[in-house]
Design a protein around this ligand. Sequence first.
Ligand SMILES: *Cc1c(COP(=O)(O)O)cnc(C)c1O
Length: 407
Amino acid sequence: MTNERHAGKNKRESILKKDQFYLPEGVIYLDGNSLGPMPKAASSRVNKTVEDEWGEMLIKGWNDAGWMKQPSILGDKIGKLLGCAAGSTVLGDTLSVKVYQALAAALAMRPDRKIVLSDSGNFPSDLYIADGLLRTLKSGHELRVVAPEDVYDNITEDVAVVMLTQVDYRTGRMHDMNALTKATHDVGAVSIWDLAHSAGAVPVDMAASNAEFAVGCTYKYLNGGPGAPAFIYIRPDIADSVEPSLAGWLGHAQPFAFDLDYRPAPGIERMRVGTPPILQLAALETALAIWDGVSMDDVRAKSIALSELFIEGVEATCSQLKLISPRDSSQRGSQISFAFEHGYPAMQALIAAGVIGDFRAPDTMRFGFTPLYLDENDVKRAVEILADIMKNDTWKQPRFQKKGDVT
Ligand SMILES: *Cc1c(COP(=O)(O)O)cnc(C)c1O
C-alpha cells in the first residue's frame, strides 16, 4: 500500500518538468496557451544548428545533419501525442497556411457540395482563410458560420466540409470531436479539426475520431517557440488520393528530379510546400523531447486540478470577474477565461506584478494551465496577486491603460 501510494505520487510528480523550462525570475506564466516558454535546451540546440551545422556543414547539412527529414520526424512526435498513425503528420508553414491546404483538399473531395460549415467560436484566421479560398474558387461556395452550440444541428446533407477548432481560444469551450465527426460523416461530409488549443493541452485520438484532416500549431502548448512551424495530419487511408492545392517542390514525389510536371509525393509528404525552417525545427525538437514519456491523461488530470483551484480562488476573492469558461471541466480545454469590463488594464496590472496571462477583446482575461511547468503553489500565488489588484483597484492607474500592438 505504502509502495503503491509512493509509486502514484512519483507518477504524478513526473508531469512537472519545471526544471526543463526557462522562466524569468518572479514570473508565474499563465499564457502557455498563446506562446509556450523556452525549453532550457533550446538555446544550445539552436546554437549548435547555427554553428556546427549551418556554419560548418553549409549546404551539406541537408543530408549530413538530417535537416530534410526533420518535418516528418518531428511531425510524427506530435502525431504520437495526438493518436495519429506514424507517417501521417508533417510540419511546415504556419497554421493559417495549413488550414488553407486542408480545406482546399477537403473541398476537392466533395465537388458537388458548396457549403463549408464552421462556427463563430473559431479563430478569425481560420474563417478569413476559408473565406479567401472560397472567393478564389469562384464556384458558388458558401462559408456558413453558426454559433458553437448550433453546429450539430447544422450538419446537413448539403455540407461539403465541417471545419472546426476543437477548443475555443476565447472561452476554452471544447467541442465533442468524436460526436461531431460522426455527424459529419453521417451526412457524407469531410471533417477538419484545428487542434491549435488541443495539442499538448487535452488528450486527442485522431485515429479514433476517424476525421480526415487535422491541423495545429506548435508554439502554444507544445512550446516550440515564436514562429515554430504548424502541423497537418491526413487520415492514412485517403492521404494518397488528396490533391495538394499548394503544389510546392518539396511536396513533389522527386523534388530533386526537377521535373517540370508536378507529381505529388506519397501520403502526407505531399502537404510539404517549400524549404523547412531548420532553426525553428531545432528549437521545436528540444520542446518535443520534454514530452517523451508524458501521458496526456496525466496532463489532463493535473490541468483540471489546477484550473479548478484557480476558478475557486478567483470566485472567492474577485467578485467583479465573471467566469465565461464552461464550469464543467469535461466541456473545456486547458484555459480559463473571466469577463471583466476593465479586463485590459487589469491584465496589464497583473502582468506588471509578474503574473502573465492575456486579454482578448472585448473583455476577456485569459489564463492557460500547463502542468509541465505550473504547480498548485503557482496557481495559489497568482490568485493572491489578482485578488490584491482587484481589492486595491490597482488597475485604475494610468500606466495600465495604454494598449500595445499585441494584447
Ligand atoms: C493560434 C491560432 C492560429 C494562428 O495561426 P498562425 O498562422 O500560426 O498565426 C490559427 N488558428 C487557430 C485556431 C489558432 O488558435
